[in-house]
Design a protein around this ligand. Sequence first.
Ligand SMILES: [Zn+2]
Length: 307
Amino acid sequence: MSLFRALRNYAYSRAGIYRRRLNAKPFPGVAVLAYHGVRDDDLPCDALRGGHMHVSASRLAEHCGVLKALCTPISGEQFLEAAVDGRPLPPRPVLVTFDDGYANCLSQALPVLERFEVPAVLFACPDPIARGVRFWFDAVAERHGDAAVAKAKSLPYDEWRMCVQRDEMSADSGDPHRPLTVPELLRVAASGLVEVGGHTLTHPILANATPADQQREIAGCAQALTAWLGKAPRLFAYPNGRPRVDYTEETVATARECYLDAFAMGDRFTDPSTLRGEQRRFLVLDSVSGAELTHRLAGAWSRAPLV
Ligand SMILES: [Zn+2]
């Protein structure tokens, strides 16, 4: 971010301009924020591959402070009440979500969420969690670099499976980006603050898979989470999540058979009463300061409806 932009964001925040803008212009739906892992403040962003995808704990705290001061953090339950029952939402509703199921969602994110009383949804992939292996994209990036991850995402499902099985890595207990274990996932769910949703069994690009493989990935994920948590997950997020690129209309139909609602990416506010099975989310990276998040919520994020 440029120095000018940072200074402008700071000055606008201090002058209360963002607060007035937020009060004057209602959200056209819910701002659903998509996070991934949360790293320890002592771990530099560039110490990890794809580190910008993982906000620091203090950055998450900064964001939660903004959400509590200027918006209304809502739970997955409240989102579903609006989606399914049409119940009204509070002003400026924001839903915080985390993808994949990193162990640091328990060690780093949950303490922050509890401190600020911000609810969240965690979309988890049961296969690496059950087998104690790293997420495939972290293992492939570690062995071959980020370009190899992008290439693997373009492969047909069967070829992708062979590729990621060949490069599989055990999850070291000291790895800051290892997946949760099953007991850790249960502790996250038992917090009462985080709802666990599905994210497929193994995190494929669903658009590259046959309908049968999509069904196995989506329904198998729901079955595994149900067996662990004692209740069926209600929400789902598509891996990678670009509409009609990373998943298809068939994927949406399958997701809707297994879950009450599903989330894509898309940098739009989402209206829980519409777009069933394809709710949109804003991707949040480590580079987004609290002031920048405020700037985006106050108007920089498009309020135009989806066409
Ligand atoms: Zn993911």
